[in-house]
Each structure stands twice: as structure tokens, then as C-alpha cells.
Design a protein around this ligand. Structure first.
Ligand code: DOR
Ligand code: ZN
Length: 351
């Protein structure tokens, strides 16, 4: 197959950051995706209507003129989230969904929820008004092995949430295990799958020494889990859809603190397509990337089409972050130095 025409995809899980990083990286997402759910774990977290409105404005201001892109905002749920504000923000279409981070589960999650039962009152409202709940599904207890945290979260927390709120629209984000795949299918909930969890297993973090380039949360797991994720994503089954979890961190910080996050936005579609092609499932890609998400979120699929051409290109290592003309930092790309085979026609950014 030499080309593939599909409806423009959406990214149902994305970190855009703020300030200079946002300004420099947003073009990668807007070129390939019609909409994206924007995560609220910014330095100043998105916990109120006012903050969501100002962050959305910052995002729209960073987008090139004439670009058609819809950032869908989330509210960062905390023990202090105000019920009325949650309701009003959803009804007024400021918030598209609510994001649950267990406290300290990942980057900028210190404001997250300390005791999930304490926000059941929010879930009740969300279930009532049809507001989706997006879950970072990991427990944070230091006595639970980091490779087991997703499974333990499912058993300890998610199962109860689903039983207690059967009509709540739940997305288990960036799943990493066969256990999660099976749970999603059995309970008929939904899940996003990232490109990196389709490509790497936990060995990647130790490739050539301790390697923070492949450190993300939830961490990549054993190989059998990766194979299960590949099966789920390439099945076309509507419970699974695209969410890159693209999470840029400046090189200096990543090297210094080993922060969790993989920046895949510049190569996300090519990365997914490599897997779909290897699985002989290119015919299922449109469902995963462009149809299953809108169906779950009750949105029309994008009208616009994109033409993906089979053409090899080498991924360069970094995206530069510049302030006008001065380069102030760089961010490592996922697949740096590798060859990928699919690129969007007339694309200016994929290498
Ligand atoms: O790897 C990750 N990076 N996982 C997350 O949950 C957060 C993200 C980030 O914000 O950097
Ligand atoms: Zn994320």
C-alpha cells in the first residue's frame, strides 16, 4: 500500500505545557490532529473555570492563523474541587472532561486526589450530567511495586468506581498492561493507548545505561503486556482509541531530574502506523485514530481528510525551543535517529 486516506485524527490525551514550550511544540499537534484533549497538569494547574479559560486562550493564541484546531479543556479534580463550579464549567462547555490524578502519581500531580472516596460526590455529578472522567490509573503507595501500580489501581479503586457509578463515562488513560486491556473489555469502559507503549517494553529504560528518554508514567511493562496493547489497538474495537500522552520536557530537566514523559507529537501518526502495518491492520487505523474517540465522546468525526504516504524518513533527535530567534533549549523526540515510513502528505515537520 502506498498511501492511506483517512479522516483527520484526534488526540484524546495530550500535554501542551505553557509559555515557550507550548508556542514551539503546538504546531506538531495541530498539523496532524483536528482536536485534542488537553491535560490540566500545568505549572499552575487547571482547577477552575477561570484558569481553564485563560489556558485555552494561551493555546489558541499560540496556534498559527488559519489553523483549524479545537483544544478540549479538562479540569484537574482535587479534594477541594467545587461541585457547582464543576457543573457550571461543563454546562458552559469550558470543561470537556474531568481528570483524576491520584496525588503524586506523576508530573505536577501533587495537587491530585489524596483519597478517591472523598470525590465520589463529584463522580455522582459527572455521572448525572454525562461528563467524562479521565483516569490516571496508578496507585501511589511506595510499598506497591511501580510495575504493579496499574493493576492494583484497577482492583482497589477503578472496580469500585465502576460498580458504584455504572453510567459514568470512564476512560482509563494510557493503559500499559494486559490486565487493563482485559478489564476495559470486560467492563465495557474505554481506554487510550499511546504510541510509546506500543513500541517499548521496560527494557528501554535501561538501554545503554539508565535511560530517562523512555521513562514515562505509567512505566512501560513486560513484553507480553506490550503485545496485548498492540492487539487491542489494532483490533479496531471501539473501546480503544488514540491518545498520545505526548509529554514534552526540556532536555536539561529530563537529564537532571529524569522527569516522566515522552515527546511523541512530531511522529505520533507515523509511530502508530508502523505498528498497524506490522500487524497487517492498516484498515483498522482510521477506527482507532479518527472514529472510536468521537463515538465515545458524542462528537462528529472530523470532516477533513488527510493523506498519509508510504515514504521513509529519518527522525532527527530534537525539537528546538526558541524565543523569537534565540534557541533556549531542546526536547528529545520519540524515535530519534530511527527511520519511520509513513508521513502526512506535504508535511513539513515529521523529520
Ligand atoms: O509520562 C508522563 N508524563 N505521564 C504522565 O502521566 C504525565 C506526563 C507529563 O505531564 O509529563
Ligand atoms: Zn498524560
Amino acid at each position: 500500500m502506498k498511501n492511506l486516506i483517512i479522516r483527520k485524527p484526534d488526540d484524546w490525551h495530550l500535554h501542551l505545557r505553557e509559555g515557550l514550550v507550548l508556542k514551539n511544540i503546538i504546531k506538531y499537534t495541530t498539523e496532524y490532529f483536528g482536536r485534542a484533549i488537553v491535560m490540566p497538569n500545568t505549572n499552575e494547574p487547571v482547577t477552575t473555570i477561570e484558569r481553564a479559560v485563560s489556558y485555552k486562550k494561551e493555546i489558541l493564541d499560540a496556534i498559527a492563523l488559519g489553523t483549524n484546531f479545537d483544544p478540549l479543556m479538562t479540569i484537574y479534580l482535587t479534594d477541594e474541587t467545587n461541585k457547582e463550579e464543576l457543573k457550571r464549567g461543563y454546562k458552559d462547555k469550558v470543561f470537556f472532561a474531568g481528570k483524576l490524578y491520584p496525588a503524586n502519581a506523576t508530573t505536577n500531580s501533587r495537587h491530585g486526589v489524596k483519597e478517591i472516596k472523598n470525590i465520589y460526590k463529584l463522580f455522582e455529578i459527572m455521572e448525572d450530567i454525562g461528563m467524562p472522567l479521565l483516569i490516571h490509573g496508578e496507585v501511589t503507595d511506595s510499598n506497591v511495586d511501580i510495575f504493579d501500580r496499574e493493576e492494583v489501581f484497577i482492583d482497589r479503586e477503578l472496580n469500585q468506581i465502576i460498580n458504584r457509578f455504572p453510567r459514568l463515562k470512564v476512560v482509563l488513560e494510557h493503559i500499559t498492561t494486559r490486565y487493563a486491556v482485559e478489564f476495559v473489555m470486560e467492563k465495557k469502559i474505554h481506554a487510550t493507548i499511546t504510541p510509546h507503549h506500543l513500541h517499548i517494553n521496560r527494557n528501554a529504560m535501561f538501554f545503554g545505561g539508565l535511560n530517562s528518554d523512555f521513562y514515562c508514567l505509567p512505566v512501560a511493562k513486560r513484553e507480553f503486556n506490550r503485545l496485548s496493547l498492540i492487539k487491542a489497538a489494532t483490533s479496531g474495537i471501539e473501546n480503544f482509541f488514540l491518545g498520545t500522552d505526548s509529554a514534552p520536557h526540556m532536555r536539561e530537566w529530563k537529564a537532571f531530574c529524569g522527569c516522566a514523559g515522552i515527546f511523541n507529537a512530531p511522529v505520533a501518526l507515523s509511530s502508530y502506523l508502523k505498528v498497524f502495518q506490522e500487524e497487517n491492520s492498516l484498515d483498522k487505523f482510521e477506527a482507532f485514530a479518527s472514529l472510536n474517540g468521537p463515538k465515545f465522546y458524542n462528537l462528529p468525526p472530523n470532516q477533513e481528510k488527510i493523506n498519509l504516504v508510504y515514504e521513509s524518513f529519518k527522525v532527527d533527535d530534537f525539537v528546538e525551543i526558541s524565543d523569537s530567534f534565540k534557541v533556549v533549549g531542546k526536547i528529545k523526540k520519540f524515535h530519534a535517529g530511527e527511520f519511520l515510513n509513513w508521513r502526512i502528505q506535504n508535511d513539513s515537520h515529521s523529520s
